[in-house]
Design a protein around this ligand. Structure first.
Ligand SMILES: [Zn+2]
Length: 175
């Protein structure tokens, strides 16, 4: 019998969330979308994910209202995937998960997140210690940390070497 993806006996909102984000690769697709990845080929190259799996994840995330599919080219038809409010609301979860992984498994910081307005590194709860406010996702700037190890063959990895705001689409390659 195939392993189901729902948790029918669990009356728990964590179980409800895991029905959507508990599949392998799903959270990493959402992470990349929040970093500004929008196009199928960019997800494909950056994640190193099988094509069929990526297509299934993008379809499921669109159906759940976490990503919105937008056509950016008619001929040939090409779509991009943009995080919705529901998707953006996963940011604190992703960031906490990343901190947990780094602290518990003694990893170097791959990305540093700062408040765009003042440049201060965000605290544990997404707050700016200098301004005393929770920083909205579009006002978070990400930049490479000491553990960043970019793949020269991956344009997304190269693009993320430059500081950028979350959600803004990836720009052209740095020269
Ligand atoms: Zn600040």
């Amino acid at each position: 019998m195939a392993l189901g993806k729902d948790y029918a006996t669990q009356e728990c909102s964590i179980a409800r969330a895991l029905e959507i984000v508990g599949e392998r690769w799903t959270l990493l697709v959402i992470r990349d979308a929040l970093y500004g990845v929008r196009r199928y080929n960019d997800f494909l190259v950056h994640l190193g994910i099988p094509r069929a799996v990526l297509a299934a994840r993008l379809q499921a995330l669109t159906a759940e209202g976490i990503l919105e599919k937008r056509r950016y080219q008619q001929s040939p038809p090409r779509d991009e995937y943009v995080p919705t409010e529901r998707g953006i609301a996963l940011w604190p979860t992703l960031r906490s998960l990343g901190r947990w992984g780094r602290e518990q498994f003694d990893q170097e910081q791959v990305r540093v997140f700062r408040h765009a307005a003042c440049g201060t590194e965000l605290g544990s709860y997404g707050e700016c210690p200098a301004c005393g406010t929770i920083v909205p996702v579009p006002d978070v700037v990400m930049e490479p940390g000491p553990g960043a190890d970019p793949d020269p063959a991956d344009p997304v990895s190269r693009a993320l070497l430059r500081p950028k705001r979350l959600l803004t689409p990836l720009g052209p390659d740095p020269v």
